[in-house]
Design a protein around this ligand. Structure first.
Ligand code: GRF
Length: 186
């Protein structure tokens, strides 16, 4: 099976990066992580990348020049898919167009509900009965690209910020790999 090269973009903990990497140990998984882009030099995800031997590059922000540099690196590493996993920057329209291939993201809510930041706080404030995560394609509008898959769970009345985050991330770690398989496996 021909596996395509992926680049993961992170800004923080990198737990989704780890989950995707674990899936990619299986030869039947359709991607291999060949590059990591981080906007945060102190991201825990970098420690993992070092251990896992994934080359990484740091760009504090993605201004025009940095996006050009990222595009160049992506070309050098023959990257065919970009996976955003807790990347706290917004990719420009030009970058998305210039890359011209699949870019996907994971969001900690049932989109189209709760786009943007502070998701858990808003879900709890609204007393939502259900929550979950969504893997979607990235377009120029925030958290608005075509949905690939969603996973749902019930929010209990005892849930707080931390428990909601924990439940969400647990299903995210399954959802991201399943979404990759869904869009790439023949
Ligand atoms: C995830 O919950 C994801 O939904 C959001 O950012 C978080 C990243 O977590 N976009 P991690 O860095 O993968 O642990």
């Amino acid at each position: 099976m021909v596996r395509i090269n992926a680049c993961v973009f992170i800004s923080g903990k990198g737990s989704n990066l780890k989950a995707i990497f674990k899936s990619s140990i299986n030869d039947n998984f359709p991607i291999q992580i060949k590059l990591l882009v981080t906007s945060n030099m102190n991201a825990d995800g970098i420690k993992f990348a070092k251990k896992a031997d994934i080359p990484y590059v740091y760009f504090k922000n993605n201004n025009f020049l940095n996006e050009l540099k990222i595009l160049k690196l992506i070309k050098q590493h023959k990257i065919s898919i970009i996976l955003l996993a807790g990347y706290m920057k917004i990719l420009s329209k030009n970058f998305i167009k210039a890359f011209g291939k699949k870019i996907i993201n994971i969001h900690p809510s049932l989109l189209p509900k709760y786009k943007g930041l502070n998701t858990y706080r808003r879900i709890l404030k609204d007393n939502e009965k259900k929550s979950g995560c969504t893997v979607h394609y990235v377009n120029e509008k925030l958290d608005s690209g075509k949905i690939i898959l969603k996973k749902i769970f019930y929010v209990s009345k005892n849930d707080n910020f931390l428990s909601l985050k924990k439940k969400t991330q647990k299903i995210e770690h399954l959802a991201y790999s399943q979404a990759i398989i869904k869009i790439l496996k023949r």
